[in-house]
Write a protein that binds this ligand. Structure first.
Ligand SMILES: [Cu+2]
Length: 136
């Protein structure tokens, strides 16, 4: 009886140690994936199929990507950029002609495009996030 009890305690201790090991390695794997998204994340969607927009357009920023990533709108159109990620993002023209500034989660910025142009834009926080906007 005493010997069985000792075996049972030993087994319980080994099980607990194994469980801690599994949880710790799972936590590390999750941490690495999360940091990967934070540091090097971002999708270049500037070569996506063209989306033809109207006078009022929306671009969603989600999962470190702009959507639609390749948008064409008429002169005078508005584009509202909204960030749905918990990470902050910007939509910033590569030529510096326009910039939403930092958008935190749930924030939007509407920009009116009065002149024809072909813009590559990106996120200042995550420069691998790249998209294209053609006006005209
Ligand atoms: Cu970003």
């Amino acid at each position: 009886m005493g010997r069985n009890r000792l075996l049972l305690i030993g087994f319980a201790l080994i099980s607990a140690a194994l469980l801690v090991g599994i949880v710790a390695s799972a936590g590390m794997a999750f941490g690495r994936g999360h940091m990967g998204g934070m540091m090097g994340g971002g999708t270049n969607s500037s070569s996506a199929t063209v989306t033809t927009g109207g006078t009022a357009n929306t671009v969603d920023i989600r999962d470190f990507a702009f959507s639609p990533g390749n948008l064409q709108v008429p002169v005078g159109a508005t584009v509202t950029f909204t960030n749905y990620d918990s990470a902050p993002h910007t939509a910033t023209a590569k030529d510096g002609s326009w910039d939403t500034g930092i958008l935190n989660q749930g924030q939007s910025k509407t920009i009116t495009f009065e002149k024809a142009g072909d813009y590559t834009y990106y996120c200042k926080v995550h420069p691998n996030m790249v998209a294209r906007l053609r006006v005209g």
